[in-house]
Design a protein around this ligand. Sequence first.
Ligand code: ZN
Ligand code: ZN
Length: 432
Amino acid sequence: MPDISDQVLSGVDASFSINEIELIDTFTRRRSHLRPLPSHQYPNETLIYYGYIGCAPMYPSVAISLRTLAAYRQSHRTCPRFSIQSQCKTLCYLHDIPYRPYLKMQFSAAYDVFLEILHRINQRLRQALKRDTVNWRMLNTCPACFYKLDDEPALDFEWLVSIDGNNSLKRWDSSIYGTTARSDSRTARSDYWIHADAVDKFENEVKSRQTDLRNDDDWEDEPTDPDHPGAFTCVNRWRNAGPDSRKKMFAVFQESGIFIASCRHRFVLLACDMIRSGELAKYPIAIIDKLLTVYGKNGGCAYDIGCAFSKTLANSTLGPRAHDLGFRMMVGAFHGHAHNRRCQLDWHPMYISGTGHTEGEGCEHIFSASNELARSTRHANCFHRHQAIEEHFAFWDADKYAALSKSKNQAVIVILMPQCQVIICGLIIAKR
Ligand SMILES: [Zn+2]
Ligand SMILES: [Zn+2]
């Protein structure tokens, strides 16, 4: 990257010049005059040549250095609470200027471009490495789960996942303020997401049950009928196991949370938005539909209401396919202890052969970290919320990938393809 002091006012032919642009770096803030190379058509080409991204496409007056954006990205990935606003305030104090809200908009615009550039580079890398085939990420994200060796003994469950919904990543509907959200054509970039249209295909799968208005409190303990000690049902105890008509959400939220699937090693496999609703049955059904399509037979899936949901699934259009593929629902170990004893005997992983030490609560681990994103996504627009969640999940998965091996050679293994990882692990073990 050229040094600005050498290049400013150099003798290159310029079709345009950038005058008095404010260049923001972590520890410096200065006005400068940049001359483009003859090949440059747009100001941002010149800016990126000098290591900056402009805050506007055609007539930028402020530009932020790539290394500042890269440093923010890593800080935000490791500390999801660290928002763009916090970053801008940090820069303001370093540069001895008062914070103004428009600075956040400027930084956000440059950061969006920075992430878009990284995304396109990743796309090209995936093409070159032939990782751009359909469902490549899902099939290769966790080598421990999905990489099969030749003649590997068959397991009771060929794949084991957990699914769950979470309301922390709600997004405020801007029309509540009486304003109309500015249209934004940008959409989510990753294949973590199942589109809302694919989810809505299962909208009418669940026949409405009688609404039980007595139990409208999430935390109310359901009394057991003294005349029928065994009459307790999990449907009454768990709000998300109740009728869909009871799964209301405050109308002020456009997206009311996310519903995800994770593997045993906490890799994020899939996600979809819950939109203006509680945890409706269509979300887990859409997720399971995709899981069955990609992973096929002999799958297991833990869900905090797996016991009640298995009936919903069996009665849905997905039911026969799930049955034919040997798909098995269960209840995670943590939630399982809040189900009754009789339920646990059928659904708790402790009593299901082939689950090993799996507790089936991978989603809770993921949510414990993704909850930290709430403050920076609650009032974001749709695209920025998706972008923040995708960035977080991609980093989370990279972190989990590194943690798969406790070997001292972990750093070497991380950069290798999953297939190579198995070979290297074998060599390390053989050497010992
Ligand atoms: Zn139960
Ligand atoms: Zn896994």
